[in-house]
Design a protein around this ligand. Sequence first.
Ligand code: SF4
Length: 344
Amino acid sequence: MLAIIPLKQGNLHINWQKELGQAFTSPEQLLGYLKIDAAPWQAGFAARRLFPMRVPRPFADKMVKGDAQDPLLRQVLPLGEEFAEVPGFVTDPLDEHDSALPGLLHKYRSRVLLVVRGGCAINCRYCFRRHFPYAENSPDQAGWQAALAYITTHPEINEVILSGGDPLMAKDNHLARLFEELAAIPHLKRLRIHTRLPVVIPARLTDELRELLSTSRLQAVMVLHINHANELDDELSQRLNSWRQAGITLLNQSVLLAGVNDDADTLCELSERLFSAGILPYYLHQLDKVAGAAHFAVEDTKAKALMAELLAQLPGFLVPKLVREIGGEANKTPIDLGLEPTLS
Ligand code: SF4
């Protein structure tokens, strides 16, 4: 049974939760903080009706003051383009809104995805789950037991992916109980956490959480979501280094986004910085065609040309796989680059 245990006073969790509570939710305040004139952007702020704005201060601190085209700002600022109705861009691009059980998606044979928390610390404007009905997919205690029972009775599942929203929105004591319940299921081998929270609030990488993962029977993998080298500053790199030294595998997936990272130098710099921090570039996703995000889309022809440049400039292990998710498909679909890469 999963239960919430009260936090101890002085616990490090307070810090990240405080940061969460102080996130910018108003574009005017964020632009004021960044010393950018809000007037030219004002008309687009109504897009908050479609998807609220949420930007933690540590992430805003990585943006360049005075630069309205900052690649981190572009990921979070509501714009008028979100109202555009573009053919092919829909509310449920991956056919996810009907799950096996509330909070549990069984898309891949050996892996199951648990929606641990509906919310995120940051609201990325291109998010493929910006219309996801989290309210219907947030299990209560009985729902959790049903999800665990489902995993227990499916021996083909060897990996649980904690997702969301962002699973690290859950408190450490809640996660501890969940990890314990999962580790007791004998056919599980791995626990994978998909998260962007440490990127936007590095204090979320608590020592307690690292200890929980590094001492679990299950092999722990953390897949970060970093789109631009500026998101990976020294503080985050140092914290992640201790996680890697504790034996937690660190991978990264990015989304290819127009105006954010759609040029080869930016992607090369990202791969280099990831590797310096002990993180392997894993996937580069083509944008999921979610309504409201068409202005972030990059044509396949351009994506392939970028990949050719990455293959020419980087060693093979620093080149992420270019993939796209297709609703109903059992796996991510690699995009054929039509190249004969030289192995290195
Ligand atoms: S952190 Fe991930 S799930 Fe959350 S809003 Fe951003 S892209 Fe979506």
